[in-house]
Structures are given as structure tokens and as C-alpha cells.
Design a protein around this ligand. Structure first.
Ligand code: SF4
Ligand code: SF4
Length: 345
């Protein structure tokens, strides 16, 4: 099994087709040591993280800091203003025990007004441009769940790569992010390739869909040697045009609720804290994302168990309408919730 690498057009990086994510807050240092060292041993050479994940940068450094030359490091600020973003870059450099971070992102973009703050004079973009000039960071990226907000950032011309949600259940990047990034010569990364394990009943097909698509790099939460082996084996096989065409045809058959997984209907986090939308914490984003997928393909036993937990909470819905009032795409969320409850005996 030989890792497949891709030369990215904008940053010029030569990156493994699958990169490591870092939702590792709950993992022990010992587990992180095994996960990141195994990933590097398999040829994974990019680790994507965020300063907002609190301990993630420190755990990565403790695990593979001494192998810094073997991987690109990507981190992210959730701050919107230049002063805090600048301090955060310096803090990341200190934590990573390095003098250079390959890519630094403006992240957590769930509302267009947030990106407006970050792009305005005195905003986070200024701090990233300054850090780039000073050689503290190599490239500037953007991450988030709102294609129209990422678009605003990309159109400044300063953004060199973008990370967004893309998987078999959420295919909208084929229509929005991927053509936009191609037009602006922006390198592309996707997160949640198996929707936090919920799409694992067709894992091979769902991952090959991404590996054969026009996307550059899949960022995957690979935290055990078995999962790393599996991801690397699938990533290593070169896709053919026929494979992509066939998978795309199949994928097109899936219905779509219109959800982009922005999360606003449940709650959202800003540096100032978390704001709750649904009084019962009903996981509408997950129900909206999986609704048609489950109907068509079912779920694995584990995923179905989690789905039933979501539905158990969803039964508390009192139709208060707060989720629909905040949904940027005016989606009929409660209709889907009630249908999902009915269809989950
Ligand atoms: S309508 Fe239901 S799901 Fe939506 S916010 Fe109110 S209780 Fe939550
Ligand atoms: S239903 Fe609307 S508000 Fe909720 S996650 Fe999807 S797009 Fe966002």
C-alpha cells in the first residue's frame, strides 16, 4: 500500500490524498501518540487542526512534534479581529514549538456577518496577512459551513485553500464550493467524509466518491490504527474517470433536504460563548443531513442506534419554530423532524 500524493495547485504542497483531522479533545495523550505516529508512518503528511479545539495543538505536538519536518501543519483561528487572531497565531507557534505554520485559517464561519467582520479593516484577515509577510505562516485558508460566507472570503483573492463539509449525504459542494474554488484557484479540503461515522454502512463507496471527485484532499478523523489502515488503503488507489462518473451517477439519486449542516438550528459557538437555538437540543442538523440517506440505504447498527437517540430527543419538539426562523435557507425543518419520527418505529 503506497500512499498517493497530490500536488496542490495554489499552495504547491504535495499532500497525501487523505489527511488527519483532530477532534481529539476527548482522547488520551497515549491514544493521540499512537494515532498520529501511525498516520505519519503510513505516509499521511498533513494534520488539520484548530486553536479553538483547545488542547488539540498541544496533544499533536506531544505526539509528533519531534517529527515536525514530516508533515504540514494547518491550524485555525475562530477570532474575528486582528488583535486576537494575531495573538492566537503566536500562541499556536509556541504550542507547536515551531517558527512556521504551513497554513492558518479563518474558521468557524457559520454566518456571513462573521466573515464580514473577519475581512473588514482591523479583522482577522489583516493579522493573517501580516503573519504571512513576517514568515510566521505560509498560506491563508478559510473553513466553515456556509458556502456563501466562504465565497466572500475567497473573492478577496487572499484565500489559498478552503475546508468545507462534503460527503455522500451532503453533495452541495459539487455545485457551489468546488466550482468556485476552481475558478479562484483555491486548494480544497473536505471534513466529515463519513459524517462522524454515520455513513459507515457504505464506507468504501462513500469514501471513494470523495477520492475520485474533483476535491483535492479528504481530511479524516483517523484515530485508531485500523481506521488509518482502512482510509490509507482507499486513498492510495488512483481513481479513474469512469469510477467518478459511475459514483456521481449513483450519488445523484439521493434526495437532499437542502441542509448545509451550518448547525444554527441547534446552537452555535462564537468566541464569546455558545448560543442555543433549540430549547431541547434536538439534533436537527444531523436529522436533516441523514434523512434521505437513511431512507435509501439504511444505517449500520451503530449509526442506527445513534439515530434513534436523536429521534428520542426529537420527540420533545413542540413546534416552537425557532429552528426554522434561524435557518438561512428557510428549510421546513419541523416537517422533516416529524417525518423522521414517524419513520422510526
Ligand atoms: S421547532 Fe422543535 S426542533 Fe425546532 S427549535 Fe423548536 S423544539 Fe427545537
Ligand atoms: S437545517 Fe438549516 S439551520 Fe439547520 S443545519 Fe441545516 S442549513 Fe443549518
Amino acid at each position: 500500500m503506497i500512499m498517493r500524493y497530490k500536488k496542490l495547485k495554489r499552495t504547491g504542497f504535495k499532500v497525501s490524498a487523505v489527511a488527519s483531522g483532530s477532534h481529539i479533545q476527548q482522547m488520551s495523550q497515549e491514544q493521540c501518540n499512537i494515532a498520529y505516529n501511525t498516520a505519519l508512518d503510513h505516509g499521511v503528511n498533513l494534520i488539520f487542526t484548530s486553536a479553538a479545539y483547545m488542547v488539540a495543538e498541544a496533544k499533536i505536538t506531544a505526539a509528533v512534534g519531534d517529527r515536525r519536518k514530516e508533515f504540514y501543519i494547518v491550524s485555525t483561528t475562530d477570532y474575528r479581529d486582528a488583535e486576537h487572531a494575531s495573538k492566537q497565531i503566536d500562541e499556536s507557534l509556541k504550542i507547536f514549538k515551531t517558527d512556521y505554520i504551513d497554513i492558518y485559517n479563518i474558521g468557524g464561519i457559520r454566518k456571513p456577518e462573521i466573515i464580514d467582520q473577519a475581512l473588514a479593516p482591523g479583522g482577522a484577515l489583516e493579522a493573517l496577512l501580516e503573519a504571512k509577510k513576517e514568515g510566521k505562516i505560509g498560506h491563508i485558508g478559510v473553513t466553515g459551513h456556509r458556502p456563501e460566507a466562504l465565497e466572500k472570503a475567497i473573492k478577496t483573492g487572499h484565500i489559498e485553500c478552503a475546508l468545507f463539509v462534503f460527503n455522500w449525504a451532503l453533495q452541495n459542494p459539487l455545485q457551489d464550493m468546488l466550482p468556485l474554488c476552481k475558478e479562484y484557484n483555491v486548494d480544497t479540503f473536505c471534513m466529515r467524509p463519513l459524517e462522524d461515522g454515520m455513513l459507515d454502512n457504505h464506507a468504501e463507496r462513500n469514501l471513494r466518491f470523495l477520492f475520485s471527485s474533483p476535491l483535492d484532499i479528504v481530511v479524516s478523523g483517523m484515530y485508531t490504527p485500523e481506521v488509518i489502515d482502512y482510509n490509507v488503503a482507499l486513498a492510495s488507489k488512483s481513481p479513474t474517470k469512469t469510477e467518478w462518473e459511475e459514483l456521481q451517477l449513483q450519488a445523484r439519486e439521493l434526495g437532499w433536504t437542502g441542509c448545509r449542516k451550518c448547525g444554527l438550528c441547534l446552537s452555535w459557538r462564537e468566541m464569546t460563548g455558545t448560543t442555543t437555538t433549540c430549547p431541547y437540543a434536538i439534533n436537527s442538523p444531523m436529522i436533516m443531513t441523514l434523512y434521505y440517506y437513511r431512507k435509501k440505504y439504511g444505517l449500520s447498527p451503530n449509526a442506527e442506534k445513534r439515530w434513534r437517540e436523536f429521534i428520542g430527543v426529537a420527540k420533545k419538539c413542540d413546534d416552537c419554530g425557532k429552528c426554522e426562523a434561524i435557518c438561512p435557507y428557510n428549510l421546513p425543518i419541523t416537517k422533516y423532524i416529524h417525518n423522521a419520527i414517524r419513520e422510526t418505529p
